[in-house]
Design a protein around this ligand. Structure first.
Ligand SMILES: [Zn+2]
Ligand SMILES: [Zn+2]
Length: 562
């Protein structure tokens, strides 16, 4: 009895997590996340290419937790596969709140599976296990397959004192370990960070100290999905006689879902994840009515996103209120690699306003990661004692280092996969075997952008575009104007001379084709596509010689009567 495991996203990259387990011609999909394109091409999001699932029977989709890189692609997945979605209550709450944006979610079958209960999904038995992470209601999965017991950690860290009291279910992991785990798939993100990960409560203490010492308005920028932190900020606001002022749509959305979703486990089971009494929360549009020392703003935009609340506050363009000297802004976050420039721009804008800016660089305790550091990763492997190991959730660098760690810890079978690689798991071993189709699907304004369009946008973004229109007669001879228009290449007025040169080059090329100098006219007049191509090449060449780059150029031929 064998099992095939193949990632469609999240392995060999950070983001877009999506992993498939397949047995008896039937697939179980674990997580369905998105990634973002940082090339400035206007792409809204990227989701995995699901083509590899086309030939198999998809039994269901199971979600480990509610972060975008695990749930963001659910609507796009459900358009292709009408199957039930299983997951923790809070994650499904976040999926559900998008129902209005995505029609397909209106009739989606969302099934809440609490930790320590088992869902039968096709031929797989799936049991969520409570783990701690930077979002509420995060789970690992124990999946019973034909090849044996598979444990997928989801995203995790060991937080000994989680602020919501929902503790890591170490006991259940140990029970499964005694039963024998065939395969462990574990979060690799922080393999380079030494030591244990640290608790959210330490962040609470640090934030409390900063807010307690502030004389004026305080704004704390957070990942809005971190309900633990939202809850602690509520407690801090109450302690220091301040109101919570939500700044940014994602803060409002996450706070709403967390206030509406009852907890499934732990001491406060049945209570909502977030209990911000209504007299604690003050609407942003009335923030100017509050004394400044009563404001505790909670803002989105920790990664320097230009349109997010924090960046707008920093630029003095947020309608809620203006930051002024003596106010404190805390960035309770770390910078995701790739976002440094944007974050520094926001910090610069804040400093220019005279704001006291606190960051992870100045105050280490204002943030802890949600992902297991190396010590926590080691502890996971030692606790589960798997026979086989596949590192997940990371670039190839992270995966390779995590694999080496597992080998050092004595795991007998270790396999590194990237998106599209297939691992076969059976009684004989764990082997890489073949590939399935995998790729990235770009979405803009709710629609899929074909690969060719993304490629074109990339060309336009880097080199601009030019279009040339050539009028010819039935014989292919020039018959009127050659018109050239450029976009994002040059200033048509300032560079008029260059446009003349390029047009002249196009004319010469077309003339040469229809009536070559010193040779007989061709017996058959040149076809449109040939004329267009010589004109196009002539323009590219003429512009390229002067500018040093060749814009994306298209050409149209128009036949006119003489
Ligand atoms: Zn996560
Ligand atoms: Zn993740």
């Amino acid at each position: 009895m064998s099992l095939r495991v193949f990632p469609l996203g999240g392995l060999g990259e950070i983001g877009m997590n999506c992993l498939v387990l397949e047995q008896r011609g039937e697939a179980l999909v674990v997580d369905c996340g998105v990634a973002f394109d940082d090339r400035g091409l206007g792409v809204d999001l990227i989701h995995p290419d699901f083509a590899a699932l086309q030939g198999t029977r998809v039994a269901g989709l199971v979600i480990t937790h509610g972060h975008e890189d695990h749930i963001g692609a659910v609507p796009y997945f459900l358009r292709r596969f009408d199957v039930p979605v299983y997951g923790s209550r809070y994650a499904l709450g976040l999926v559900r709140q998008r129902a209005a944006e995505h029609e397909v979610l209106g009739h989606a079958r969302l099934q809440d599976v609490p930790p320590r209960t088992v869902a039968r999904i096709g031929s797989f038995d799936v049991e969520p296990i409570r783990v701690t992470h930077s979002i509420a209601d995060a789970t690992a999965l124990a999946i019973r397959t034909d090849a044996g017991l598979v444990v997928h950690t989801g995203d995790f860290k060991f937080d000994e004192t989680p602020s919501d009291g929902e503790t890591f279910d170490v006991q259940r992991f140990e029970e499964l370990s005694r039963e024998g785990v065939r395969l462990l798939l574990s979060d690799s993100t922080n393999v380079d960070v030494a030591g244990p990960t640290g608790s959210e409560q330490g962040v609470g203490v640090a934030l409390d100290r900063i807010v307690g010492g502030a004389e004026q308005a305080v704004v704390v920028a957070v990942f809005a999905s971190n309900v633990h932190r939202l809850r602690m900020l509520g407690e801090i606001a109450r302690r220091h006689g301040r109101k919570i002022v939500p700044l940014g749509r994602s803060v409002v959305t996450h706070a709403r879902v967390a206030r509406e979703t009852p907890r499934s486990t732990g001491e406060g089971a049945g209570q909502p994840y977030l209990q911000w009494p209504s007299d604690l929360v003050w609407p942003a549009d009335r923030a100017r009515e509050l004394p400044r020392r009563a404001i505790l703003g909670v803002a989105s935009g920790t990664q320097g996103e230009e349109s997010a609340a924090l960046a707008r506050l920093a630029r003095g363009q947020h309608p809620a209120f203006d930051l002024s000297p003596g106010d404190v802004v805390v960035m309770s976050s770390r910078v995701i690699p790739g976002n440094e420039a944007g974050v520094m721009r926001v910090i610069g804008d804040l400093l220019r306003r005279g704001v006291d800016v606190r960051t992870w660089w100045s105050d280490r305790a204002v943030h802890v990661s949600g992902h297991a550091h190396r010590d926590d990763q080691r502890r996971m492997v030692e606790m589960v004692k798997p026979r086989g190991f596949i590192p997940v959730h990371g670039t190839l660098h992270h995966l390779s280092r995590h694999a080496a760690l597992a080998r050092d810890l004595g795991v007998p079978e270790v396999c590194v996969l990237e998106n599209g690689d297939v691992a076969d798991v059976d009684g004989d071993g764990l082997r890489k075997g073949g590939r399935v189709r995998s790729g990235r699907v770009h979405v803009f304004a709710g629609r899929t952008l074909p690969e060719s369009v993304v490629h074109e946008r990339s060309g336009l973004a880097s080199h601009g575009g030019a279009h040339i229109l050539v009028h010819v007669d039935a014989l292919g001879c020039l018959a009127g104007e050659v018109i050239l228009a450029t976009h994002g290449v040059l200033d048509d007025e300032l560079d008029a001379d260059l446009l003349v040169v390029a047009r002249r080059a196009a004319r010469a090329a077309v003339e040469e084709l229809s009536s070559p100098a010193g040779r007989a006219r061709p017996a058959v007049p040149p076809p449109d596509d040939e004329i267009a191509e010589v004109a196009r090449q002539a323009v590219r060449h003429a512009l390229g010689r002067v500018l040093g780059f060749k814009p994306l150029t298209t050409a149209t031929v128009l036949r006119v009567p003489r």
